[in-house]
Ligand binder design. Sequence first.
Ligand code: HEC
Ligand code: HEC
Length: 367
Amino acid sequence: MSKFLKLTASVILFGAIATTGANAQDADAGKKVFRKCAACHAVGKGAKNKVGPELNELIGRVAGSLEDYKYSKAMTAVGEEGLVWNNDTLTEYLTKPRGFIKGTKMAFGGLKKDAEIENVIAYLATYSASAEQAAAEPEEMAEPAETADATSGQAPAGLAADAVIPDHGNYHLGRVALPEEITAWDIDVRPDGAGLPVGKGTVADGGVIYDESCAVCHGVFGEGEGRWPVLSGGFDTLTADRPEKTIGSYWPFASTIFDYVNRAMPFGNARSLSADETYAVTAYLLYLNDIVTDESFELSNETFSDIKLPNEENFYPDDRLEEPNFAKGTEPCMQNCGDRPAEIVMRARVLDVTPDNDEEGGAGGID
Ligand code: HEC
Ligand code: HEC
């Protein structure tokens, strides 16, 4: 029952996303623009400082004034001189951050289109209680004196005027990734467990999460609802005509399950699980596949290496040395390789490889 409710809810959600484009509010469009900011800034309930300060209650905030964020000297200074964030100051800053505040450490080239700027400000204003009030009040902020020249013009029309040329690398492109960004991207887990975060979770805990966040698509027992991927069973089918390749029957390493779930699931809400939740739900997937049998089993960064998947031994590290041409170090043959011309023995259409009804062949599986 609850399954259906959830499915309906997500359909409605997708519907909503698809239609907002047509009659977009400024703030809605601004939410999209904010993706350009989101690598460095959070806004909304529970927003924390990231690379940049959190942006709740931004409208009316004195620049550089959050106590728990370490601003550049330049940002603190303009705040002390009286710069307050409102429609106008934000427009100037977001057009050309380093033109408006020389020495700001915000490594962002600026937004090119006026509409993007208006919309992102409208979006941020929805998280500022004082927004309406501030808009009604006359401006009384002081321009930072030394940057007045840089801000007097309109938004630069062309790329060249706008571009900040980085002074690093051969090609002066992009910028050096911040350590925080590298940490956020570097989430891969290797078969030997390298890269696993610290954490733990039991089969029983995982069952609760699974029922709530996964079963709607993958089935209560991992059997797969409709054509969503099957996550359990399929043992002894690998040599059959239609092998059922599941994480239990086919995947070689439990690390791939953890990595994949952590990276990509739940579908549509990826990266929403904590490390503990990911351990728990991975433990539960092992349980659904009879790889662990005890509901109190706890998977953690420490117990992880005890887990062996049944099909691991059928995979081997391919160093290419077994491959005849490669091993000999010869160039691979690119023309007239066989002793007779290629002959077509079957066509896909005749072979009927594409299932044409819902019963035949499920979705999913890594091929
Ligand atoms: C690459 C990271 C990065 C991106 C992308 C980025 N910012 Fe920033 N932002 C920062 C940093 C760092 C600071 C602090 C600047 C300083 O102290 O000089 C900052 C400061 C700010 C401030 C001043 C806040 C305060 O408390 O005074 C505002 C407003 C702001 N950013 C808005 C935005 C918006 C809107 C976007 C997207 C259009 C954006 N930023 C994109 C890193 C970023
Ligand atoms: C809205 C439907 C949906 C939900 C909810 C969902 N998944 Fe998935 N899952 C998918 C789809 C679709 C794929 C295949 C994605 C692809 O191949 O690109 C998939 C693939 C997977 C796979 C890989 C299967 C294989 O053999 O390739 C695993 C493991 C998995 N999901 C686990 C989970 C877990 C754990 C949860 C809950 C935390 C979850 N999924 C929630 C739709 C969903």
